[in-house]
Ligand binder design. Structure first.
Ligand SMILES: CCCCCCCCCCCCCC(=O)SCCNC(=O)CCNC(=O)[C@H](O)C(C)(C)COP(=O)(O)OP(=O)(O)OC[C@H]1O[C@@H](n2cnc3c(N)ncnc32)[C@H](O)[C@@H]1OP(=O)(O)O
Length: 218
């Protein structure tokens, strides 16, 4: 599979995209609530059996027509980019915990409310989920700064357990060396600094070759 697969130009208007967001956003939010309810429920067995039948019915409805491939990244003519399947920020992905990343003065920041579905050690966020958030926000900072890349190396230092609940994640580009972008970031909760990371994002050879090809005079 090529690095460039899954990137697709689309002709949808802004209104069409907004209408899709209005359709799918609430579905994603409902399924996210369902995931939390599934982890946390203490309902009577007959309610669990009935809930399962309802969930299976809903899944069959949704599955009655499927896209031919995962969502990927869709590019509109106006530069709008949609990665709605993304595991961290995807509008159509109910396991995606980070809803919105803001960029200001070179700092990427986002908040998430990590519920029981993200538990690792009792009461704490799973370390892999902490790394997931950091990977995305560091990569987003690199991308937003115009020096994007695939994660080559991600180093996470876990300072203290990240308590389930509200978290704030931040990142910025530290430096650029050739095709490598070094980004740094942190995860905070009300307890203070919980984790910090450095990531090296590498612009893949295939993309470098494509850019060089496009820039070459005819
Ligand atoms: C444009 C792309 C993405 C846009 C995303 C936007 C959304 C953002 C949000 C998404 C966030 C989520 C993101 C995700 O989830 S990304 C998903 C997780 N990451 C991957 O799957 C990446 C898999 N690996 C690869 O594709 C390749 O190995 C890469 C692309 C990393 C390098 O393969 P390439 O063939 O290009 O490498 P090269 O041999 O020409 O070397 C080039 C330079 O790089 C240095 N090097 C090599 N490997 C590593 C390494 N592992 N760590 C540190 N440095 C490394 C190397 O020494 C050399 O440096 P120098 O000698 O020049 O100094």
């Amino acid at each position: 599979m090529s690095m460039l697969d899954g990137h697709e130009a689309e002709r949808k208007t802004r209104e069409q995209i907004e209408a899709e967001a209005e359709l799918f956003g609430p579905l994603t939010s409902s399924v996210r609530s369902l995931i939390d309810a599934t982890v946390m429920t203490d309902a009577a067995p007959e309610h669990i059996v009935r809930a399962r039948a309802l969930v299976e019915e809903a899944a069959a409805l949704l599955d009655s027509r499927r896209m031919s491939a995962p969502f990927g990244t869709k590019w509109s003519a106006d530069g709008t980019r949609r990665s709605w399947g993304n595991a961290v920020i995807g509008l159509r992905n109910p396991i995606a915990p980070l809803l919105e990343v803001a960029y200001e003065d070179g700092l990427a920041s986002a908040e998430a409310d990590l519920g029981a579905a993200y538990e690792g050690p009792p009461g704490l966020v799973h370390g892999g989920v902490v790394a997931l958030l950091l990977d995305q926000i560091l990569g987003g900072a690199a991308d937003h700064a115009g020096v994007p890349g695939m994660t080559g190396t991600l180093t996470v230092r876990y300072r203290k357990g990240t308590r389930l609940g509200p978290v704030r994640v931040t990142a910025r580009v530290d430096r650029v060396e050739g095709v490598k972008t070094f980004a740094v970031g942190r995860v905070h909760t009300a307890d203070g600094l919980c984790a910090e990371a450095e990531g090296i994002f590498v612009l893949p050879r295939e993309v470098r070759d494509m850019v060089a090809e496009m820039g070459r005079p005819q």
